[in-house]
Write a protein that binds this ligand. Structure first.
Ligand SMILES: [Ca+2]
Ligand SMILES: [Ca+2]
Length: 318
């Protein structure tokens, strides 16, 4: 409600000759003593938003005054005035925002001394650092037999405490992932070819940085089996009359031993059968020389009239 208040006394004077004429008048103004405060809402950022330093934070506010006498909107970080904007739309881009928790505030001020505030709390994190990682299992130079399950394990941590996951690489390819400490994953070597393998761990933090551990090498060897030593077979019924020698023939498992070409052969000669008609020949060096694998064995009796192969073939593993 407008009131008339006396706020001053104006005196003007004019020199006229030797005398001074003075005019005195009461000076009256009207002022709206029931000024309504402006309203303001900080629309950006939103409460709880976070950045990684150095951050650029966009501040924006909606503000108005019931009397339409808005003066400006001031933006603050804590007590620090960042910017005073006297033109809508009200905003400010705060660059190089330092790490820490900041109370960001918009203060609207009208031309009549009314004001209002709106604030949010946001976080600027320290610049991100990559995680650290050390492969703890297996250890360099360890040997395993194919079929064994090898435990892949690593110690990993992030300076910001924001670990993501650890990947385990075998020969550069991810073969296991662990997303929580203690970081480990099993590596089944069933079906793995014999040879050397490089192993490394890669730790990822939740903010996109990663670190690769140093690499180690382990050896995977073929399953160990004891090779056969002897060949034993029943002598041919033609042993005395028509057989000149016997031949041991080795085929890959699954081969047709009647038609396939043998992988290896060993001339057994013509040993003398025992009292039961059995012939036993030591061929340990021949079996030891075979590559690891699954095989079929037959013995063929050979003579001038032809040859006869033992049936059925005998399976063995080297
Ligand atoms: Ca006002
Ligand atoms: Ca980090």
């Amino acid at each position: 409600m407008p009131n008339t208040v006396y706020v001053g006394l104006a005196v003007t004077s004019a020199r006229a000759g030797a005398s001074t004429m003075a005019t005195v008048s009461n000076f009256a103004v009207t002022a709206n003593v029931s000024n309504a405060a402006p309203t303001v809402t900080l629309t950006s950022p939103t409460a709880g938003q976070s950045w990684t330093a150095p951050a650029t934070i966009t501040l924006a506010a909606d503000a108005s005054d019931p009397e339409g006498r808005l003066s400006r909107v001031e933006f603050y970080a804590g007590a620090q005035l960042l910017f005073a904007d006297n033109t809508a739309s009200f905003g400010y881009s705060w660059s190089q925002a330092p790490a820490g928790t900041h109370t960001l505030k918009a203060r609207a001020i009208d031309l009549d001394g009314g004001q209002a505030e709106s604030s949010v709390s946001v976080t600027v994190r320290a610049p991100n650092s990559p995680p650290t990682v050390t492969l703890t299992s297996p250890t360099a130079g360890q040997s395993f037999t194919a079929g064994a399950t090898i435990t892949l394990a690593a110690n990993a941590s992030d300076p910001e405490g924001r670990m993501g996951r650890v990947d385990f690489l075998i020969n550069g390819a991810v073969r296991g992932t662990s997303s929580s400490a203690p970081y480990s994953a099993p590596w089944s070597t069933s079906g793995t070819s014999a040879g050397t393998y490089t192993i490394a761990a890669v730790a990822y933090d939740a903010d996109g940085l990663s670190t690769r551990s140093s690499e180690i090498t382990v050896t995977v060897s073929a399953p160990t089996t004891t090779p056969p030593r002897h060949v034993s077979f029943v002598a041919s019924s033609d042993h005395l009359g028509n057989v000149t020698r016997y031949e041991l023939r080795i085929h890959q498992a699954g081969a047709n031993t009647s038609t396939a070409t043998p992988l290896a052969t060993s001339d057994l000669g013509k040993p003398t059968p025992d009292a039961q008609g059995l012939i036993i020949v030591d061929r340990s060096s021949f079996f030891t020389a075979l590559p690891s694998g699954s095989y079929l064995a037959t013995v063929t009796a050979i003579g001038p009239g032809g040859s006869t192969q033992s049936q059925p073939p005998v399976a063995f593993v080297r």
